[in-house]
Write a protein that binds this ligand. Structure first.
Ligand code: 5GP
Length: 130
């Protein structure tokens, strides 16, 4: 069965898309730990980021870098933190999270609750910076 991220990439499940190329896809996390929290995923299924080939993981990080630079311009923060967890969705992904303190990367703290309008506004601001 396809992963939820494959279904998002295929357009079967809606998302707030940020960017894509032929191999990778970026979209906003539906349960963000901070405004601008974005996920970068390969378009093919692979459960574990460190099971990717060297060139795949390198290309994925270069794609993530472009997205991170856009988030950094769009969202007030000190920098973009990077997290790889993968305990919930078995489809390799990188979390890009605007941070000001190290506590901003804490997934156990209260997440940010955004309305559809707020998601759309943040999406637009990030996409404009790409
Ligand atoms: P992880 O697998 O790294 O532990 O967490 C998966 C992440 O994917 C979580 O931050 C969760 O909020 C996000 N996520 C799970 N399902 C969906 C979904 O259907 N849409 C979006 N945009 N994000 C999701």
């Amino acid at each position: 069965m396809a992963t939820i991220f494959s279904r998002i990439i295929a357009g079967e499940i809606p998302c707030y898309k940020i960017a894509e190329n032929d191999k990778f896809f970026a979209f906003m996390d539906i349960n963000p730990v901070a405004k601008g929290h974005t996920l970068v995923v390969p378009k093919w299924e692979n459960d574990y980021i460190f099971a990717l080939e060297d060139d795949e993981i390198a290309e994925m990080m270069v794609f993530a870098k472009k997205v991170a630079k856009a988030i950094e311009k769009a969202i007030p923060c000190k920098r973009i933190g990077v997290a790889v967890i993968g305990l919930e969705v078995p489809h390799a992904h990188i979390h890009l999270i605007p941070i000001t303190t190290e506590g901003d990367l804490d997934f156990k703290k209260e997440h940010v609750h955004l309305t559809n309008e707020e998601f759309l506004d943040i999406q637009k601001r990030i996409v404009e910076q790409l």
